[in-house]
Design a protein around this ligand. Structure first.
Ligand code: UDP
Ligand code: MG
Length: 205
């Protein structure tokens, strides 16, 4: 690869924004954390931002809590505003931003593009429902998340298949979807993630 070209890319003021998608328990959070640790990217987890907001004693907080506890999706305008604030706060020199777990619905993808702009790449962690269920039930023992219990997990799977899959199909049709099979160990999946990012010149080779 051309060193000048790479320099130009990494010193550009606009840093790449990558959407990280996949079903609940597909490994989005784990993989984002590994990339933060190894390459200094910034992770913005939509679910975390919403959970923080849900703790507030306000009408909005209560509305968000109810939606999350039912395994449903918070309206896009709420999430996009939280994401926008977090993107603005990104420290100078951060090589890239990972948006973990958003967009969850087709209209949210469209609204994000309208309000914030185009994204550079989409990573999709593909995983069987059986594996995701096993991981979530395991995580539920210690996560303290109300939605990591059996009936909400099933509702989150339904929401993912019915409402979030069209987002993945949209990006696939646009040719910016990078599918990373995520049945393996965290290290194996991370290796495939890095290959995908390098192929798209978002990580140094
Ligand atoms: N959520 C949402 N919009 C988003 C991201 C998350 O409404 O853009 C809600 C949704 O109810 C989801 C929950 O937050 O089930 C947890 O999301 P998170 O990404 O933290 O869970 P994961 O998929 O990683 O298990
Ligand atoms: Mg997560």
């Amino acid at each position: 690869m051309n060193i000048d070209g790479e320099h130009a890319r990494f010193s550009a003021p606009k840093r790449p924004i990558v959407f990280v998608l996949g079903g609940p328990g597909s490994g989005k959070g784990t993989q984002c954390e590994m990339l933060v640790e190894k390459y200094g990217w910034k992770q913005i987890c939509a679910g975390e931002l919403l959970r923080a907001e849900a703790k507030r004693d306000s009408e909005l907080g209560r509305m968000i809590k109810e939606i999350i506890d039912g395994g449903n999706i918070v309206p896009g305008y709420v999430t996009i505003e939280l994401l926008d604030k977090e993107i603005q706060k990104t420290a100078e020199g951060t090589p890239g931003i990972l948006i973990d777990g958003f967009p969850r619905a087709f209209d949210q993808a469209v609204e994000y593009e309208k309000r914030i702009g185009e994204i550079d790449l989409v990573v999709y962690f593909s995983c069987s429902i059986e594996t995701m269920r096993e991981r979530l039930l395991g995580r539920g023992k210690t996560s303290g998340r109300v939605d990591d219990c059996s009936d909400v997990i099933e509702s989150r799977f339904r929401t993912f298949l019915d409402t979030s899959m069209p987002v993945i199909q949209k990006y696939s049709a646009q040719g910016i979807l990078n599918e990373v099979p995520s049945e393996g160990s965290p290290d194996e999946i991370f290796e495939s993630l890095c290959v995908a990012l390098r192929r798209n010149e978002l990580l140094p080779s």
